[in-house]
Design a protein around this ligand. Sequence first.
Ligand code: SAM
Length: 167
Amino acid sequence: MSTLLVVGSIVWSTAKVGISPMPSSRKAREVIIRLMANTGTGPVYDLGSGWGGLVIRLAKKHPDRKIVGYEVSFVPWLVSVFFKKTLGLDNLEIHKKDFLLVDLSGADVLVCFLHTDGMRDVAKKLAAEKISNVFLISNYFALPSCQPETAMLISDFYKSPIYRYRL
Ligand SMILES: C[S@@+](CC[C@H](N)C(=O)[O-])C[C@H]1O[C@@H](n2cnc3c(N)ncnc32)[C@H](O)[C@@H]1O
């Protein structure tokens, strides 16, 4: 019964936001960390933090930097909060919220691993709220109508791109 509830909850939120909580691979996380070089020391927001694998890696790597995750899917969010507390990561906050409804102006770096429509929504939000002076690092999916300042390929079978934009 509880397995059904967990699976049902994940399926429901996947249908709602159009993407499952599939984590970035270990190699993708390492490329994201490399692309974060020279982005300052300000807050980093993960738009859709899933099970928390990326935000936990970032919080450990940058103990003096504030790392914030936003996640709508209840079970992955709960698991990520459990690990945050277990690991005592005081520089990490994980909110169960739709990132499209929160103020992103406090971020110095936005990271995401979404999908084509999700990137369109991010682009619309950033433009509508005139958010600038921020880096956006996107795993696999490009930001529409924007030229990345750099891109790196993950050293895996698919050679998937990770883009870094300066907005
Ligand atoms: C592919 S996972 C990526 C997880 C994590 N960022 C990583 O790289 O390992 C995408 C996550 O974004 C979440 N998501 C999608 N749209 C969202 C929204 N508008 N607000 C909050 N979370 C969202 C999904 O629930 C999913 O868990």
